[in-house]
Design a protein around this ligand. Structure first.
Ligand code: COA
Length: 173
């Protein structure tokens, strides 16, 4: 648990899923920040939450004045087992709470969680137009690892993705 920029960050519970889903679905419907095209259902949100676990794959929320205004997660990067030390990060902030440092606080918290639980490296796939997300990731030590051209198509537009990566542990071999 941590308090940063007037934000209380804690592990998410089932009671938080509705508020998290509202923040996420606003972006599904209005933005290219997520490549989902249809609003996520409560059932899908529940299943997504169950896929996460303590340790390598935490889900956290940021609360301000008792309201969930942000959430973030470290998720399985790819299911094949050799990827088990790599996670993919997501951070979403309520539209009325953006650009106040909350996303950076959640991402920093998740990097610390990853570090303490033994994650080797964190990746973030960010649509190339998402300046806030790119800047947030750079501020937290991520560097560009690659760029995928026109891998997404949403709102009648082809979308490039920037792959950002942060190493948490030194390579030993
Ligand atoms: C991306 C997001 C998580 C960033 O969180 P935030 O609380 O708004 O951002 P912060 O206030 O922590 O600022 C992070 C960086 O982005 C910059 N920034 C913030 N809002 C910005 C904007 N609208 N345009 C450009 N840059 C912006 C900040 O200046 C800061 O950069 P700096 O450290 O170089 O000064 C948040 O804007 C959000 O939820 N957006 C919609 C969902 C999304 O894009 N999620 C990420 C999917 S990959």
């Amino acid at each position: 648990m941590a308090t940063m920029v007037d934000l209380f960050i804690r592990d998410a519970t089932f009671d938080d899923l509705g508020a998290m889903l509202a923040i996420y679905n606003e972006q599904v419907l209005t933005s290219t920040s997520t490549f989902d095209l249809r609003a996520r259902s409560q059932e899908a949100q529940h299943a997504w939450f169950l896929e996460h676990q303590e340790g390598l794959h935490p889900v956290v929320v940021g609360e301000r004045a008792g309201q969930v205004v942000a959430w973030g997660s470290l998720s399985v990067y790819k299911p094949r087992p050799a990827y088990q030390h790599t996670v993919e990060v997501s951070v979403y902030v309520h539209q009325q709470a953006r650009s106040q440092g909350l996303g950076t606080a959640v991402l920093k918290h998740l990097c610390e969680r990853g570090q303490s639980s033994g994650v080797h490296t964190i990746v973030a796939y960010i649509v190339s137009s998402n300046q806030a997300s790119l800047r947030m990731s750079r501020a937290c030590g991520f560097v560009e690892a690659g760029r995928l051209r026109e891998v997404g198509y949403k709102f009648d537009t082809w979308l490039d993705v920037v792959i950002m990566q942060r190493m948490l542990r030194p390579s030993l071999g």
